[in-house]
Design a protein around this ligand. Sequence first.
Ligand code: ARG
Length: 276
Amino acid sequence: MKKFSKSAIISLIIGVAILFTACGNATASNNNAEESLSKLDQIKKAGKIVVGTSADYPPYEFHKEVNGKDEIVGFDISIAKEIAKDLGVELEIKDMDFDGLLLALNADKVDFVMAGMTPDPERVKAVDFSKIYYNAVHGIVIKAENKDTLKTVDDLTGKKIGAQKGAIQEKIAEAEIKDLQLKSLAKIPDLILEVKNNKIDAVVMEKPVADSYVDKNKDLMLMDVTFDDGEGGSAVAVKKGSTDLVNEINKTLDRLIKDGSVDKFVLEAIEMVDGE
Ligand code: ARG
């Protein structure tokens, strides 16, 4: 076997080292170029925008079989499609637990969040929000057989109350109902099951969502009480500092609010829930 001289081996090692450093630098400068692009430019370059949602919230967002295929639909999704269309890019939908959405946004796993999300003061510290595109109060779902014992908020005192994990309804329930035993679960359908099975007494959720579930479950009903959170309403969340993106989103929202499309999307979404 041919022997390599010591100096040949050393120059080989140096050569490989230089090659590695060069490659390393090339990737580093690529990353820098990517980072110096604004969020909006990155999206345009990719030709795609990713929305994060929690599709357990009809008529905002929910799963539905369309032509034998499972799809995520709802008025948030209709609005998200318009946002993508106005930007000239494809829309990709990522479905996850509600309480993981803002983490995903800040980790760049999604470009924006649409999930009937209320811009409450705590969230406003962590992310940026668009204008409000839809307002709703909060309803309370109970078992129909309990309608005579659960009539007023006082009747809920000390009861087991459900709310979605990470949602403002946890705080609303705690503020409005005395001595409650709060049960937080990640998914709305699981909370609904808990009421149906008498594991909890009531669930607080946005009224249009409560209506959807009550329509589908004849053993459930809405209490005659609603909670208004004051700050209310749903807005689109983007990563903090994505000013150009949120400006574009607000333009689309302005258009859709002004020409009545949001109202139309809400009605269409409610029809889709009913049509199941
Ligand atoms: N509006 C409430 C909040 O922002 C609940 C939203 C829940 N959304 C959902 N897609 N499950 O906390």
